[in-house]
Write a protein that binds this ligand. Structure first.
Ligand code: SF4
Length: 426
């Protein structure tokens, strides 16, 4: 099984692997050598770079099949959902293409049955102590630049009972950190319960023994349910961390992007959240180079980034995606100019990140250790999500910690995106 793209795709791959294993298949995730009998590629179709990576991976395994290294190649996921017919014409060596909601049909093709009873069980491909939990599929938002609703369909929340059962299964496997994901986390429950239920879900999940950290990814600013922040404030298991993509600062750009909010409203939201949980780490992402973006819009974004001092920030360059609302407009910002604008914003953020990190020197934090790398044990505080945020490095020569365990770490020095520390023996 090969996974491209986001953590939601990784979750889908894990569910597929669990079903296949239960049907007697010997499954492996991203095997180094190309000698598996069957290869399933779970693709990403989000933006140009991701699409190219998916196509290159399909071509690689189609070639491996021609060379007799693999018997069958199947393709699933977002790119396949979006371009199934074109792909089948362009790369006919693939045995079959499947959509994002085609697991039962994929299993049937492999002469396997879909086993409903496996809800509480999942093979995880992340280190054993943390796992992603997808709480909903699809999205009802009209963001003009986004092709995800075309590939993932409408928002469908997973019932609380099923999510609690899945979480108990994960905790039984040793998972301590649960990372909640969806296309729009804060929309959770509106379809199923006709009301927002994320705060209630957090309460139920935090009752599961063994789970120590619950992390929130992919929140949406408009109509943001503040009871979630209330729960974060009062529930020690909910990390003081929020990933909330905001996409831009200028109200005219937010309008053009159909985000349903303004700079003023977003500023107020962030201030309200920080007033309730002052030590929260807010992660956000922006888009540079959206059609019609002016130099003034970019200056406004840079000023706002300076003003808001986000703890974590990433930026993408706009990708002109067919069949999205924005596709009708001219993609008028040249690629190099998009890159220049993105680089300017990240330069500001680098300074901000360094100053946030320097304020942590001398303080002690609970750190979950993920791996050993070179001379260091590498972990994260509750303010850092895997693979995207800062890491805490503890020198192996002077200290020992167990991977998968928590330890109290006193921060001794800081760089732009990393912290260095020592074990505090209680
Ligand atoms: S919230 Fe907007 S950007 Fe996010 S998946 Fe939905 S449509 Fe796309």
């Amino acid at each position: 099984m090969i996974t491209l793209g986001c953590s939601k795709n990784l979750f889908d791959s894990e569910v597929t692997m669990t079903q296949l294993k239960a049907n007697g298949f010997d499954v492996e995730h991203e095997a180094q050598q190309d000698d598996s009998e069957i290869v399933i590629i779970n693709t990403c179709g989000f933006i140009d770079n991701a699409k190219q990576e998916s196509i290159d991976t399909i071509l690689r395994y189609a070639e491996a099949k021609k060379e007799g290294l693999v018997d069958k190649v199947y393709v699933t996921g977002c790119l396949s959902e979006r371009y199934k017919d074109d792909l089948a014409k362009e790369i006919p060596d693939v045995d079959e293409y499947f959509g994002t909601r085609d697991l039962p049909r994929l299993l049937k093709t492999l002469k396997a049955d879909y086993k409903h009873e496996l809800v509480g069980e999942r093979l995880i491909t992340t280190p054993n102590h943390y796992a992603y939990l997808k709480i909903a599929e699809g999205c009802d938002r009209p963001c003009s630049f986004c092709a995800i609703p075309l590939m993932r369909g409408k928002h469908v929340s997973t019932p609380i009972e099923s999510l609690v059962k899945q979480t108990k299964g994960l905790a039984a496997q040793g998972v301590k950190e649960l990372i909640l994901i969806a296309q729009d986390l804060t929309y959770y429950g509106l379809d199923l319960y006709q009301e927002r239920k994320l705060a209630e879900l957090l309460r139920e999940l935090s009752k599961v023994e063994g789970i120590e950290w619950i992390r929130l990814h992919y929140a949406y600013p408009t109509g943001f349910p503040m009871d979630v922040i209330e729960e974060m404030k009062n529930n020690p298991k909910v990390c003081n961390y929020l990933d909330i993509p905001l996409q831009h600062a200028s109200t005219s750009m937010l309008k053009a992007m159909r985000r349903g909010t303004t700079r003023e409203k977003t500023t107020q939201l962030i201030q309200d959240i920080r007033a309730m949980v002052p030590e929260i780490a807010i992660r956000t992402t922006f888009i540079a180079g959206y059609p019609g973006e002016t130099e003034a819009d970019v200056e406004e974004m840079k000023d706002w980034v300076e003003e808001m001092q986000f703890e974590r920030l990433g930026i993408f360059t706009y990708s002109h995606e067919e069949n999205t609302h924005a596709y009708q407009f001219e993609d008028d910002v040249p690629e190099e100019e998009k890159d220049r604008r993105a680089a300017e914003v990240m330069e500001i953020q680098q300074e901000i990140s360094l100053s946030h990190n320097q304020q942590k020197v001398g303080k002690t934090f609970k750190v979950l250790f993920d791996r050993v790398e070179g001379d260091y044990f590498v972990g994260r505080t509750e303010y850092d999500s895997p693979e995207v945020d800062n890491e805490v490095l503890v020198n192996k020569k002077d200290h020992f910690v167990r991977i998968g365990d928590f330890a109290q770490i006193k921060i001794t020095s800081a760089s732009d995106f990393d912290l260095y520390g020592e074990v505090v023996h209680e």
